[in-house]
Design a protein around this ligand. Structure first.
Ligand code: MN
Length: 238
C-alpha cells in the first residue's frame, strides 16, 4: 500500500440516474465555438470547410454538482453562463471513426461551462492561454448523468434561464461539429477513457450573472440543471 504525506484529493464523481453507483470523473474536455450564432456573438465566425474543432480542458477538481451554491469567483467582473450538452464517455477509444463513435458513449448530462469572460477575452486577444478565464474553481457544473449507452443525440432543445428569464434557447441540431465528429476528432489527440466528459459547446445568448442569481437550464430528453450564484468571498481585513 502506498503511503502519502496527506490524504490525496478525492475522486470527482457525478450521480447516475437509476443507479446507486456514481460515475467517477477522469478528464473534462470542452469544445470551443460549436454553434454558429455563438461564434458570431464572440466575434469569431467558424468556417467548417477550412477549420477543425478546438478544445480546452479544465481540472476535474472544478466539477460541481447541479443544485449547488457557488461563490461569485475572484478576479472577475464579468462571470458568464454557457449552457451545454455533456457527453459522458464510458469506453476507451483512440483514433475512433465517426461511424463507430457511438460505441464510446455511456450517457449524457446537462452542463454549465462558467467562464470569467473578461479574463478569457483578454487572454485570447493577447494570444495567451485561457486557463484563468476558463479553469475557474467550481466552474464545471454538471447534472446527473443519464445512461444512454451507444445513443447519439443529434437534436433536442437546449435552454437556460437566469431568475426565470430565458437567456439561451437553441437546439443541439445546430452543433457545428456533432457528437460523432467531436468524439472522432478528439480521439485523434487523446486516448479517450471512461469517465471523460465532453462539454459540447454553448449556443448564443451567453451573458453575465451577479451574486444571488439563480441559473436553470435543460437539454431536452436528457436532464435539467441549476446553479445558485452566491456572494464573493470576503477579502481579509488588513
Ligand atoms: Mn463552453
Amino acid at each position: 500500500m502506498t503511503h502519502y504525506l496527506w490524504n490525496p484529493p478525492a475522486i470527482q464523481s457525478l450521480p447516475v440516474r437509476g443507479k446507486t453507483e456514481r460515475l467517477p470523473i477522469n478528464r473534462l474536455f470542452f469544445v470551443g465555438r460549436n454553434y454558429h450564432a455563438h461564434a458570431v456573438e464572440m466575434g469569431r465566425p467558424v468556417d467548417k470547410s477550412i477549420e477543425r474543432p478546438f478544445y480546452f480542458t479544465k481540472a476535474p477538481q472544478t466539477l460541481v454538482n447541479s443544485g449547488a451554491t457557488v461563490a461569485y469567483p475572484p478576479e472577475t467582473s464579468n462571470y458568464h453562463f454557457e449552457m451545454e450538452m455533456v457527453v459522458a464517455i464510458g469506453k476507451a477509444g483512440f483514433r475512433v471513426k465517426a461511424e463507430e463513435a457511438h460505441e464510446l458513449i455511456y450517457g449524457y448530462g446537462a452542463g454549465l461551462d462558467m467562464t470569467r469572460r473578461d479574463l478569457q477575452l483578454a487572454a485570447r486577444d493577447k494570444g495567451r492561454p485561457w486557463d484563468l478565464g476558463k479553469d475557474v474553481e467550481q466552474s464545471s457544473v454538471c447534472s446527473e448523468i443519464v445512461p444512454m449507452p451507444g445513443v447519439v443525440i443529434d437534436q433536442g432543445a437546449i435552454a437556460l434561464e437566469v431568475n426565470g428569464v430565458t437567456k439561451q434557447s437553441s437546439n443541439v441540431d445546430k452543433l457545428i461539429w456533432n457528437v460523432r465528429e467531436i468524439i472522432a476528432d478528439l480521439s485523434l489527440f487523446y486516448h479517450l477513457q471512461p469517465g471523460d466528459l465532453i462539454y459540447t459547446g454553448t449556443p448564443e445568448g451567453v451573458g453575465a450573472v451577479v451574486p444571488n442569481d439563480k441559473i436553470t437550464g435543460r437539454v431536452e430528453g436528457v436532464c435539467e440543471i441549476s446553479l445558485h450564484v452566491g456572494q464573493p468571498e470576503c477579502a481579509l481585513a488588513s
